[in-house]
Design a protein around this ligand. Structure first.
Ligand SMILES: [Zn+2]
Length: 287
C-alpha cells in the first residue's frame, strides 16, 4: 500500500507528532494558568475566567476554536489571550521538530518532554515571574530517568571514566553521570551568579527558581550544552531585556524574566547546540 501512496510514512508520523503536540499544548496551557496558583490541573473542567461559563468540548479544539470564536468567550465575548493558540502551535512545531531531528527514538521523546517543560516555565515566568517547584523537581526526576534510556551524548562522563577506570562503565551509568554533572554545574553556576548579585547589590536580583530550573535543564542537557544554555540565555536576556526596557521605559528595578530567556536558550540548544559545542571544542583542539 505504501508504494502506491504519495505520502511517505515519515511525513505521516511528522503530522501525527504535530497533532499530538497541539493536544499536549492545550494541556500545557492549563498547567501554565493553574500551577502557579497551586490549583489542580485536572479539576475542574475549563471555564471562562470572566463569566465562569463552562467551555464546551467543541469550543476547546486547539487553535481552531480560538480562531473560529475570534479570540473571544462564546458567552460573554471577553477576549481570550493569544497565549493559548500560541502555546499550542509552538508545542506542535517543537514536537514535529523533535521527530524530524531525532527520528522515532527515545531521544525524540526525551527532547519533546523537555520542550514541553520549557514552554511551561517560559510562560509562567513571563506571566507571573514564577518558576514552579513542582515543574522543576518533577522535570529533574524525568531528566534522570530519561538519561537511563537514551545514549550518553555529552562525553564528559566518558572522558572522566577513561581516566578513572580500566574499563568504561555501562552506557546507562555514563548517561546518568552526564545528567548529574549537567544538573550540578547548571544549578551551581546559577547559584554563584545569584550569590554574587546578592553580595554586590545587597538585595536578591534572581529568584532561587532559576537555580532549580537549571538543575532540571542540566539533567536533560549534560554539562556542555548546559553551559551553552546559560551563555545563550544571558546574551538573550541582555539584548531582549535591554530592548524591552528601552521600549517600555521601565524603571531599572524592573525584574527581567531570566527564566524565560534560559528556557528559550535551552530549546535552541536542543536543535543547534551540539554543532556549536563541537565547533568550539575543535577550536580548542587546534590551539
Ligand atoms: Zn466568558
Amino acid at each position: 500500500m505504501w508504494q502506491n501512496s504519495i505520502v511517505a510514512p515519515s511525513t505521516l508520523i511528522g503530522i501525527f507528532a504535530a497533532l499530538f503536540g497541539l493536544i499536549i499544548g492545550s494541556f500545557l496551557n492549563v498547567c501554565i494558568v493553574r500551577i502557579p496558583g497551586r490549583k489542580s490541573i485536572v479539576m475542574p473542567a475549563s471555564a471562562c475566567p470572566k463569566c465562569g461559563a463552562a467551555i464546551r468540548p467543541w469550543d476547546n479544539i486547539p487553535v481552531v476554536s480560538w480562531v473560529l470564536l475570534g479570540g473571544k468567550c462564546r458567552a460573554c465575548k471577553t477576549k481570550i489571550s493569544a497565549m493559548y493558540p500560541a502555546v499550542e502551535v509552538l508545542t506542535a512545531v517543537l514536537f514535529w521538530a523533535c521527530y524530524h531531528a531525532f527520528g522515532l527514538t527515545t531521544e525524540a521523546l526525551k527532547w519533546a518532554i523537555f520542550s514541553a517543560l520549557m514552554i511551561v516555565l517560559v510562560c509562567t515566568d513571563l506571566r507571573e515571574r514564577i518558576l514552579p517547584d513542582v515543574v522543576n523537581y518533577s522535570g529533574f526526576v524525568a531528566g534522570l530517568l530519561l538519561s537511563l534510556v537514551t545514549k550518553p551524548s555529552d562525553g564528559t562522563a566518558l572522558w572522566l571514566a577513561n581516566r578513572m577506570f580500566d574499563f568504561p562503565p555501562p552506557t546507562p551509568v555514563l548517561s546518568l553521570a552526564d545528567a548529574l554533572l549537567g544538573a550540578a554545574f547548571g544549578s551551581g553556576l546559577l547559584w554563584l551568579v545569584a550569590e554574587a548579585y546578592f553580595r554586590l547589590r545587597g538585595r536578591e536580583g534572581m529568584g532561587f527558581g532559576d537555580v532549580k530550573m537549571m538543575l532540571m535543564a542540566g539533567a536533560f542537557l549534560g554539562l556542555k550544552r548546559t553551559l551553552l544554555t546559560v551563555l545563550v540565555g544571558s546574551v538573550l536576556g541582555s539584548v531582549l531585556g535591554l530592548a524591552f526596557m528601552l521600549a517600555r521605559r521601565k524603571e531599572s528595578d524592573y525584574e527581567l524574566p531570566f527564566g524565560s530567556f534560559l528556557g528559550m536558550a535551552a530549546v535552541l540548544v536542543i536543535f543547534f547546540g551540539t554543532p556549536v559545542v563541537n565547533w568550539y571544542l575543535s577550536l580548542m583542539m587546534v590551539r
